[in-house]
Design a protein around this ligand. Structure first.
Ligand SMILES: [Fe+2]
Length: 339
């Protein structure tokens, strides 16, 4: 696109000289006799550069400079004046003028300044276009990465679902247990202001907490009636079996604390490590509540349904013993058991 130049001077002669010379150089020019007239041309036309006198009636060059820069900061402006004062020059440059030339000005000097100003404008535009292109490219790549991440997440979720099916299938009386533990654990964590990222880790950890049960014999898991001490010992192995199953897979690594510690007791009386209080990872302390609640409320062949009220008061009694008291409060007061 050809560069259009706006020449502003209250001396008609100067306008004409500049008009002719710049026309010879191949520029398309328009002239104005003061700032106000120049501004109305500027609103209508697409100018790359303005050469303006400073002292003019109606609107002076400095005021014009400020107005033009406010409309389009990229436009280049060369100031020309017969009254050279250092303060004026400094002020003009500070307001964004490209050059400051003193009259009577050598025409070659003005042409050189015009060429330099337009070249500088072109470079700035190229840099801007390059930046925009880069931003666009980053945007496209980010969208692709997000898509890949969503796909990866879905594949993980699908594989976790298969594992959860396998866990739940080991014990037909607790079908849906992992999913209920997940839902209630997330509801507790939300009340504890977990970040999205932490909620996601908890979601998978809660779904997989009993994955070690895959390694426990069916006759023990499905036994009707109380377990003897040997059988109970086997059951107590499931958190560590779970860790062994998942520890080689990167995606599962941050879920291990939940798999390993969901049977620890707040007073240190749980297994497998006998951790107590806040030494038990928070996620494991959270999961242990819905896990126990769901086990207590599930119907077993040798045991009927337990009234909700009894289960809740039993949990209340286990505050500070089996469970973290703060989490029991959230569970009961927030009616988490209803989610
Ligand atoms: Fe368990």
């Amino acid at each position: 696109m050809e560069d259009r130049i706006l020449i502003v001077d209250d001396e008609e002669v100067i306008c004409n000289i500049l008009f002719k010379r710049l026309g010879k150089e191949g520029y398309s020019c328009i002239t104005a006799n003061n700032g106000k007239e120049a501004l109305s041309h500027f609103y209508q036309g697409n100018f790359s550069l303005i050469i303006s006198d400073i002292n003019m009636p109606e609107m002076n060059g400095i005021e014009l400079l400020q107005k033009v820069k406010a409309i389009d900061p990229k436009v280049k402006m060369i100031m020309v004046t017969a009254y050279p004062e250092i303060d004026l020059a400094v002020n003009a440059m500070r307001l964004g003028a490209y050059d400051f030339i003193i009259k009577p000005a050598d025409l070659d000097l003005i042409v050189m300044s015009v060429k330099k100003a337009l070249e500088s404008k072109r470079l700035e535009e190229e840099i801007e276009a390059y930046h925009n292109r880069l931003e666009e490219m980053v945007g496209e790549r980010t969208a692709k990465l997000q898509q890949a991440y969503r796909y990866l997440k879905k594949s993980h979720l699908d594989s976790v679902k298969v594992l959860v099916e396998a866990i739940d299938a080991k014990d037909p009386y607790t079908r849906g247990h992992s999913d209920r533990v997940k839902r209630m654990s997330l509801a507790i964590a939300k009340q504890m202001d977990f970040s999205e990222e932490r909620l996601e880790i908890l979601e998978y950890g809660a779904l997989l907490h009993d994955i070690g049960k895959i390694g426990i014999k069916d006759e023990i898991l499905q036994k009707q009636g109380p377990l003897n001490s040997t059988e109970y010992q086997f059951i107590r192995e499931h958190p560590l079996i779970g860790v062994k199953i998942v520890e080689g897979v990167e995606f599962f690594k941050n879920k291990i604390p939940m798999i390993r510690h969901h049977h620890e007791y707040y007073d240190g009386g749980g297994y497998p490590d006998g951790l107590a209080g806040e030494d038990i990872p928070l996620e494991a302390r959270i999961i242990s509540l819905p896990d126990a609640f769901d086990a207590m409320t599930s119907v077993r062949p040798h045991r009927g349904e337990k009234p909700l009220h009894d289960v809740l008061s039993e949990m209340e009694k286990c505050k500070g013993k089996q469970f973290d008291p703060k989490i029991v409060d959230i569970f009961i007061q927030g009616k988490i058991y209803k989610v």
